[in-house]
Design a protein around this ligand. Sequence first.
Ligand code: GLU
Length: 435
Amino acid sequence: MTVTTRFAPSPTGSLHVGNIRTALHNWMWARKYGGRFLLRIDDTDLERSKEAYVAGIRSDLEWLGLDIDGEARQSARFALYEAEFDKLKAAGRVYACYETPEELDIRRKVLLSRGLPPVYERKPQGAAPPEGVAPHWRFRLDHRTAIEWTDLVRGPQHFEPTTMSDPVVRRADGSWLYLLPSVIDDIAMGISHVVRGEDHVSNTAAQIQMFGALGASPPEFAHEALLVGTEGKLSKRLGSLGMETLRDRGIEPVALLALLARLGTSDPVEPVTDAAPLVAAIDFAHFGRAPARFDEAELALLNQKVVHQLEHEAVADRLPVAIDAARWRAIRPNLMTVAEAADWVAVFDGPFAPPPAAPEDRAVLDAAAAAAPGIEWSADPWHALTGAVKHATGAKGRTLFLPLRRALTGRDHGPDMSELLPLIAKDQAVARLAA
Ligand code: GLU
């Protein structure tokens, strides 16, 4: 069996971190087993689906490096749905219904008030349809056997179809609800594993019978616990946290993958610079049942750790040309994002005016300004400079290093000065010390 997974977003909005997490797990599973990862655009809702969102979904997946092996659109497959629907109709597995939403609502309330489950009540077969009303269509659940599957995340699952309403699969205007087209596509596309959020568990129970009714065996299912924010729910904020915002904040795609791959699992979140170790380690048995908590601060911190490991060649196209490999290596441990590297160009090459020196630092700076011109810059200028200043003034430790760092970089903290100073042009350094 070829492992085949699919990511099936509805293009009615931009992807948020929760959708991306589902896409990622599908992609990882397919890649781990050398299988296929498909994108299925669930655009049966022609009114709410927008082409701009389809384009956004594609470019988000591309930015994240989640490469796809094929793409399908539900709106191009209506003929197939029609044909399969006809078969189900002929077999009596879908049937016409005529109730209005109001009638159904009243019936639900009556059942609830009697302490009964609000399950849809089938009309006796063969009853004459009301005149002039277009039907909507329900799938007839087989009440004779329990629905069971072993979920790769949740373990053994059991549903009694008698406690479930026959689901509506098609509206009176002929448009499709999600359930049936999804099953038809999963069969046609040879999907081996359906990985999605646990909000779909009860859909799965009904869909398992649809696979059977269409003569196919169901795929494996992995229903993952939902992603929530630090406050314990999928907040509006989290639900609208899109890739564009994260990209603008300097989040590296691989940092987001590293977090989303492991969040809510028993595997540790680790700063990796490549998805390969994530792919190799994915195991749905390690996924927890509790909601996975997404913390933007945790992502920023993880991102920082990832940035500190990125090689120059991996980021060169996003760096100012002045930041060559040696300069990148020197400043990398001090960056939160790759974009911050641009702030260091002036430190290396100017223009740069050192901050006014404190009176107590004068002696150190004067001695440095006197010593610097005579120092051989290609050797170890920082060692030579501090040695000379120490000799001249007796200053040591912080009293020696901090005024020099400030005058040379304008900052109190930063890269190791012995690495940084050789990368600053000598005339620049001399001028700053003398200023
Ligand atoms: N379009 C559905 C959704 O976004 C797909 C669910 C599924 O993966 O089957 O919820």
